[in-house]
Design a protein around this ligand. Structure first.
Ligand code: 1CP
Length: 355
């Protein structure tokens, strides 16, 4: 199954090695903005029917790569597979997003949570990874992923999407020991899950800490960063003679890039509220950076998109260590042609930053 990689720009940039141009992929590159995705989801029945069928998950992963010259593929799955495998009963309500039948609210709830075996309850994920890796035929690397412990805890304690985080912060402030017990269990589960993705063929890993930015600086360190650190320490960083780069992305975490940079990860995701020049100064060569165009720029005219790409490339400046991306997932109402303009602009404009 091991093909030599034809395009390894993404892996090289994560490791700050020289590249000929800046690599690019888009968060949520497979998904609802693509008509071929909406069609396949309708045929399959639901989003989870796509995720749990390795052939369909593979097909959906490859859809954006057929349209655009992207430098990486990302496993089609969701961060909520772990809480689902812990028995919380994941379901999706149309228009309102994910929810759980059995939210986690008490110490007894936390104590009762099992640590899922990635080769049993989550075998559909590792099977999808192996299938995608085979079907990519070495064209581009495959990124595996998980949510961060804190971000998974927000969904598990709230029971779904939330605006003010009252339940999860209520638990954090009124019973921090129980919150730590939950986060520690999640970190252990995530280590097993991500290492199993690497064993099955994932060539890089990313941890999505979508909700770390709603914490105070002190609470961020205690309840989010500390557990991402535990995960980084527990991950397989080499496989089949290749390094497995790890990216941490805390949305809204621009103020904390310096402390994130010393966790031992290889790359940090940055959203559009931080200037890449400031971010680069802050991490001082310790890690690569991924980002950071506002996904809403994709609603603008083509020239405006190209200008924004030029500005972001200039703000990072010369040299390797930049993976171009959006600062968060692509919106479902974006015209796919605009994603093409974005990606081609990065191809055309980034060569001058590499010698
Ligand atoms: O078809 C549909 O209606 C389902 C929409 C959808 C999709 C396409 C969901 C439900 N998840 C996904 C795929 C997904 N989710 C990927 C696939 C790989 C890719 O192409 O990037 C990834 C990496 C995720 C990760 C994810 N899920 C995050 C972290 C990244 C982020 O966007 O912040 C989060 C927070 C989720 C939860 C989730 N799953 C789905 C939705 C709509 C949400 C967000 C709900 C919320 O706003 O709280």
């Amino acid at each position: 199954m091991s093909h030599p990689l034809k395009n390894d720009r993404y892996l090289k940039a994560c490791l700050q090695q020289p590249v000929d141009r800046t690599p690019i992929w888009m968060m949520r590159q497979a998904g609802r903005y693509l008509p071929e995705y909406r069609q396949l989801r309708a045929e399959a029945g639901s989003f989870m029917d796509l995720c749990t069928n390795p052939e369909l998950a593979c097909e959906v992963t490859l859809q954006p790569l057929r349209r655009y010259p992207l430098d990486a593929a990302i496993l089609f799955s969701d961060i909520l597979t772990i809480p689902d495998a812990m028995g919380l009963g994941l379901y999706f309500t149309p228009g309102e997003g994910p929810a759980f039948h059995k939210p986690v609210r008490t110490k007894a709830d936390v104590t009762a949570l099992p640590i899922p075996d990635p080769n049993q309850e989550l075998k559909y994920v590792t099977d999808a990874v192996a299938t995608i890796r085979r079907e990519l035929k070495g064209d581009v690397p495959l990124i595996g992923f998980s949510g961060s412990p804190w971000t998974l805890a927000t969904y598990m304690v709230e029971g779904g999407t939330t605006k003010n985080f009252s339940e999860v912060k209520g638990m954090m402030y009124s019973d921090p020991a129980v919150m730590h017990q939950l986060l520690d269990k999640l970190a252990d589960s995530i280590i097993l899950y991500l290492n199993a993705q690497v064993e099955s063929g994932a060539q890089a890993l990313m941890i999505f800490d979508t909700w770390g930015g709603v914490l105070s600086p002190r609470d961020y360190q205690e309840f989010s960063l500390r557990y991402m650190q535990k995960i980084v320490d527990g991950l397989k960083r080499d496989h089949e003679g290749h390094k497995i780069p790890v990216t941490l992305f805390t949305k809204g975490g621009g103020a904390w890039l310096d402390i994130m940079a010393v966790t031992g990860c290889d790359c940090l995701g940055v959203d559009w509220t931080t200037d890449l020049a400031d971010a680069r100064a802050k991490v001082a060569g310790k890690v690569a950076l991924q980002g950071n165009m506002d996904p809403s720029i994709l609603y603008a005219e083509d020239d405006r998109i190209r200008d924004e790409v030029a500005t972001i490339l200039a703000s990072y400046g010369k040299g390797s260590g930049h993976v171009f991306n959006l600062g968060h997932g692509i919106h479902q109402t974006v015209d796919p042609a605009k994603a093409g303009v974005f990606i081609n602009s990065v191809h055309q404009l980034s060569k001058q930053y590499h010698s």
